[in-house]
Unconditional design. Structure first.
Length: 327
């Protein structure tokens, strides 16, 4: 009997022809542009190739959203429009506010008279002020870059382009408790472990760049030394001269002898007290078990002494020590 041919449905054939995302990321030069739905395209490889080209405008994010564009801002309270700084410096806002207040204070008869016979020149300004504002002090407005599209919540995202590695803001310094001109707390750790892995060529004052006069960025004598003390890999250690080692040993021996001599010259016994000839500190073994037991303690005889003016730290009394008979 002949084997019956397996009939695949249209959905199954479509799944077999679908390219995997891992294969697409291996074929293109920029795997970060590959998205989950790129495998469903009619020609996935061509799509990924076009997305990875230089200066390619990305597809807007809201193309797959069910709600309409910018419908999420329906309940958002929009801030009033603010004039740019170079226009606000001319004082046009104050002139306009004074004109509005004057119009509100007019009576109905005055308003009708101003409509019938209007007067001009209420908000006239000096021509030089306006000329300097637009041709001298005008600044470039903030615009999006080439291919950058607007999406919901873009204005609330932090602007990382303004931030630079190594530059500390005033808010961060205040949070860390750093006064003006003080070093950051991680400079000593950088001297010990090295620069950040993501920024190996970053210039850090006190680590691989000069510091301003008067500042100390971790170069104090009490600070820890860097972990890598060798200049280059494979450098041989410098051999110390034998003569210098001998001189250091002689100096150490001389210091020890001087300390011993000073100890011998100082008398540890008070004046008028005879020191015993021999003091045995070792414990003597019992010769036999029949030997009489020794007392636990012995009362020493106290002896009065006469203090002379020559004696230093003398005592008024002393104790008579009983020397043990030697066998």
């Amino acid at each position: 009997m002949k084997e019956e041919a397996i009939v695949l449905s249209k959905k199954q054939r479509k799944q077999l022809r679908r390219v995997k995302i891992s294969e697409l990321r291996q074929t293109c030069s920029r795997p970060d542009v590959v998205e989950v739905w790129d495998g469903n395209a009619p020609d996935p490889k061509l799509l990924v190739c076009l997305k990875s080209c230089r200066n390619t405008v990305p597809v807007p994010r809201h193309w797959c959203q069910k709600r309409k564009y910018l419908q999420g801002k329906r309940g958002f309270q929009k801030q009033p429009f603010q004039l740019p700084d170079f226009i606000a410096a001319t004082g046009i806002e104050k002139i306009r506010q004074a004109y509005v207040e004057k119009e509100n204070n007019k009576t109905l008869k005055q308003k009708q008279h101003s409509r019938m016979q209007p007067k001009r020149g209420y908000m006239d300004m000096d021509y030089e002020v306006l000329h300097d504002a637009f041709f001298k002090y005008q600044t470039k407005p903030k615009l999006t870059s080439y291919g950058d599209l607007y999406y919901e919540g873009k204005e609330f995202e932090p602007k990382l382009k303004v931030m630079k590695p190594g530059m500390l803001s005033q808010e961060l310094k205040k949070a860390l408790g750093m006064p003006d001109g003080a070093p950051p707390p991680w400079v000593t750790r950088m001297q010990f472990f090295g620069p950040p892995p993501s920024y190996p060529y970053l210039k850090i004052p006190g680590f691989n760049a000069p510091i301003s006069p008067g500042d100390s960025l971790g170069d104090e004598p009490d600070e820890e030394e860097p972990l890598d003390r060798s200049k280059h890999w494979g450098d041989l250690d410098e051999e110390e001269d034998e003569e210098e080692e001998k001189e250091e040993e002689l100096i150490i021996h001389e210091e020890i002898e001087e300390v011993i001599r000073s100890i011998d010259t100082v008398s540890s016994t008070p004046a008028g007290v005879e020191a015993p000839d021999v003091i045995e500190l070792r414990k003597l073994r019992k010769e036999s078990d029949n030997q009489a037991e020794r007392p636990l303690y012995q009362v020493l005889e106290q002896k009065e002494l006469r203090i002379t003016h020559r004696a230093l730290f003398a005592s008024s009394h002393a104790y008579v020590s009983l020397a043990k008979p030697t066998e």
